[in-house]
Design a binder for this molecule. Sequence first.
Ligand code: 13P
Ligand code: SF4
Length: 431
Amino acid sequence: MASIDQTIQLIRIGEQRGAGSSTCSSALAEGPWEHDNEGYGPGASIADPLPSDAPRQGIIPREYRNATAAELDLRIRAAKHALGDRLVILGHFYQRDEIVRYADFLGDSFQLAQAAKTKPNAEYIVFCGVHFMAETADILSRAEQAVILPNLAAGCSMADMAEIDSVTDCWEELASVLGTASDGSDKQPVLPVTYMNSAASLKAFCGEHGGVVCTSSNAETVLQWAFERGQRVLFFPDQHLGRNTAKKMGIPLEQMPVWDPNKPMGGLTPQQIRDARVILWHGFCSVHKRFTVDQISFARQRHPGVHVIVHPECTMEVVDAADEHGSTELIKKRVEAAPAGSIFAIGTEINMVQRLANEHPDKTIFCLDSIICPCSTMYRIHPSYLAWVLESLERGELLNRITVPEAIAAPARVALERMLALKPATDRRSA
Ligand code: 13P
Ligand code: SF4
């Protein structure tokens, strides 16, 4: 079966018909450089507002934009070979197949954070993922190592929904209601927990305020840790991961109000704040927001016996309707462990789902959403950019380096190391 990129090109020329033959944007068939400066680019977050200070890439040389896939392949392989052990390429599961094939290590955001620490001898860490992941790799790797993001515009619309000034304002407003003194059992009034999908400044904020980072593979373990130290948790930026995790831990919905940063006091009353166990930031992932309960019902009608597994960035209704939820790594493990003939409907990014389908031809694997709509920003890492940064490195030119200033990196490292010291939950079966 074709990769997502190949499928998109087949749709463009009208050669793919039937199921899986429509995309959320015809612009997906174009090169990412066609959309520089316009927004997040084609894909699930195309309608999300791009912050004015979000990094822009700038146009790369024509020779890379015009090169064929075969030429780029040869050039990437040659540059990778020439750089040898000086280089390590990390790739997230959501990357296109045309990038994944060059990754020395493929993983979810937790595994990639660990991987950044375990290659201390590589001079260059080329991160095929998104900006917050590259920042995390820079924070956790040695100072002498350079982390490179092939396309600087590969951000994350969810991460951009919480920025440091509004989180700081929120913190001060919460303190005006709750005070700052710990209770008799030494628990602070609120403890900040940030999802990995956030800017380094927010991880630093957590490090400075007794808080911690979590990923989708360890959110429950992290929240348990947080409740041992705080009476409440302020969870940002993803309300859905926060809600799904806290609900699974038995926290009632009334004790999980949503903080809207565009409203005074987050749109909450002092009583709601006092009664809260988890204050959820008003953020979401545009990729996972596309999945619906109707899609699950449709999959069950068409495929009796189907196992529905979704990522916890999906809404609570979708997570509740699914058979199981978990991080990308958990989804991958479940598919690998299932016997031949199993049927999976998966609610996560389409490049990963399609890859699982291609790798397991003895199983029926499909995306809950029949419309092809990749993560806009993951999709910005195109082989042209990878060839460009690798050949530049070969010439001794370091392009697109991601550097987190030490004043931010030091407290962010504290919050990240707190997370890495916790054991990720291994089994997250929801049903
Ligand atoms: P994980 O890799 O932690 O499962 O997260 C998915 C995601 O949305 C990354 O942006
Ligand atoms: Fe961000 Fe969602 Fe894309 Fe992950 S899948 S990088 S959370 S927009």
